[in-house]
Design a protein around this ligand. Structure first.
Ligand SMILES: [Ca+2]
Ligand SMILES: [Zn+2]
Length: 491
């Protein structure tokens, strides 16, 4: 879309349709500003940030404007005499300049590099409330003389130095915000902390809370200058009234609006649930749960790599892994798994096995039974341990609204897969478990070991002995919270 009004500020080197001269406003937008977009921010009454989006063609080209950093990484800033700052009708001296630039957007598929540039001006005199400040470039070297950077001192202007949790805060939980800003070659911003902070109602502007700012220098860095040494913390955990608010630090301005609301915790829970849904195997990902849709995966059966003579590549790969010494691991006394006959637990199942289900470990679509057991544990543990969590049936997954626990249904999706991975164990009848299923053709199924007796999976998930006849029962520790018929319905 290119339907915004283009104003006069068009840098000579910036080109192309709507790519030049768009003033950035503080209205919330998901759009990333185009090259040429610009804004003047009043960080503090005597500190300005001139912000400009530019771009750079592929190497060896340099940035198309504001080329303020030389090949050695040193700033080459405009001289103060080339810039003119006026507050109202009054000219104000520039005491010092600083510069910072960061990649804002860099898609791989199609080059569209956008760089955020910040030029900082420390002023000799402050801007008063309601006054308008203007920065001109007298030589037109950096922007046209008829298109100054302009801003008005509004006590509730947005401040990029105020970092609140934009997802929001749960009323009964800790609530903290951070105050600090990096000025590039000028170092960290001095925060006017003595007046503390306040919370205001986002709609009425009425003050609802106030508190002190506490210095919270970060630790653990081994280089200089040590970063995050002028960061302050605003703790408003004692304020528990639900509503929409902004954080204000006198002199700096206001944060973006944020919610204090019990629904915030569910926003996190639903995000996690949707993340797990995207990792589900053996089913599709479909609307309306996601727009990242695909059909069922891992539908084909996987081959057991036996006899070894029929799977030379697989066993060569397994053997190479086995011979890699990892000095971070404890010394291993078991024989190296270099061939089929060296297996401590030889394959019992032969031929091909069904391996769909469960959740992928990551974007490579592999699956590992160790992680599989861990996921079941985490989900069932959460249903057991956290009040009300096991009752949630509104996490936005396909099983939501069916009257059963969403967490336990997600756990069962994994447990049914884990049950499929069991070997028929003729000695104990309890079964052994393969270690991994991979999309990599050279290791369709990994020779595996047994679920140890002390494993947390035991006692939590009971796989039926006769694989293929019903899957898994999940039995929460606090059975009282789930009537027996409810548990059975999960089977
Ligand atoms: Ca459900
Ligand atoms: Zn899959």
């Amino acid at each position: 879309m290119c339907n915004r009004i283009i104003t006069g500020f068009a840098l000579g080197l910036l080109s192309g349709g709507c790519a030049a001269g768009l003033p950035i406003t503080n209205e919330l937008s998901l759009a990333i500003p185009q090259p040429g977009s610009y804004q003047l921010r009043i960080l503090a009454p005597d500190l300005l940030e001139l912000y400009l989006i530019n771009t750079k063609p592929p190497n060896p080209a340099r940035v198309d404007s504001w080329d303020f950093v030389d090949a050695a990484g040193s700033p080459q800033l405009p001289v103060a005499q080339d810039l003119a700052v006026t507050i109202g009708a009054q000219t104000v001296a520039i005491q010092s300049l600083g510069f910072k630039r960061r990649v804002l957007y860099a898609p791989l598929k199609q080059r569209d590099l956008r760089i955020g540039n910040s030029l900082y001006l420390q002023l000799a005199a402050p801007i008063a409330e309601g006054q308008t400040v203007q920065v001109n470039n007298l030589t037109a070297a950096h922007w046209p003389t008829n298109s100054p950077f302009v801003a008005t001192m509004d006590p509730l202007r947005f401040s990029p130095a105020l970092h609140v949790n934009e997802v929001g805060y749960a009323p009964a939980f800790p609530k903290k915000a951070m105050v600090g800003y990096y000025l590039g070659s000028s170092g960290e911003m001095n925060i006017p902390a003595s007046s503390g902070f306040k919370l205001i109602d986002a709609k009425t502007g009425a003050q609802v809370y106030q508190g002190s700012l506490v210095l919270r220098p970060d630790v653990g860095y081994s280089y200089t200058p040590t970063p995050y040494q002028k960061v302050y913390q605003a703790d408003f955990g004692a304020f528990t009234n639900a509503g929409e608010y902004r954080l204000v630090v006198p002199g700096l301005g206001a944060s973006l609006p944020f919610l204090i609301d019990d629904g915030i915790a569910l926003a996190f829970a639903r995000t996690y649930a949707l993340g797990l849904y995207h990792q589900r195997c053996g089913t599709n990902n479909a609307l309306p749960f996601t727009r990242f849709t695909h059909g069922p995966c891992h539908a084909a059966r996987a081959g057991i790599p036996s006899p070894q003579t029929s799977f030379a590549f697989t066993w060569n790969t397994v053997s190479n892994y086995a011979r890699q010494i990892n000095s971070n691991n404890p010394f291993q006394t078991a024989p190296l798994l270099t061939n089929e006959s060296a297996q401590l637990y030889p394959f019992v199942n032969q031929g091909t096995v069904e391996v769909s289900g469960g959740h992928h470990d990551a974007g490579d679509y592999s699956k590992y039974t160790i992680n599989s057991a861990a996921l079941i544990h985490y989900l069932v543990f959460a249903a057991d341990a956290f009040t009300g969590v096991g009752d949630l049936d509104n996490l936005g997954i396909p099983e939501s609204g069916d009257g059963r626990s969403d967490l336990l249904e997600e756990a069962k999706w994994e447990a049914d897969f884990l049950a499929k991975m069991r070997e028929r164990d003729q000695l104990s009848g309890e079964g052994a478990t393969g270690l991994a299923i991979s999309d990599q053709r050279h290791r369709p199924i990994w020779p595996g070991g047994r679920v140890p007796k002390a494993h947390p999976l035991r006692g939590r998930v009971h796989a039926r002995r006769r694989i293929g006849l019903g899957g898994v029962r999940i039995i929460p520790r606090h059975r009282r919270r789930f009537v027996p018929s409810e548990v059975e319905r999960l089977v």
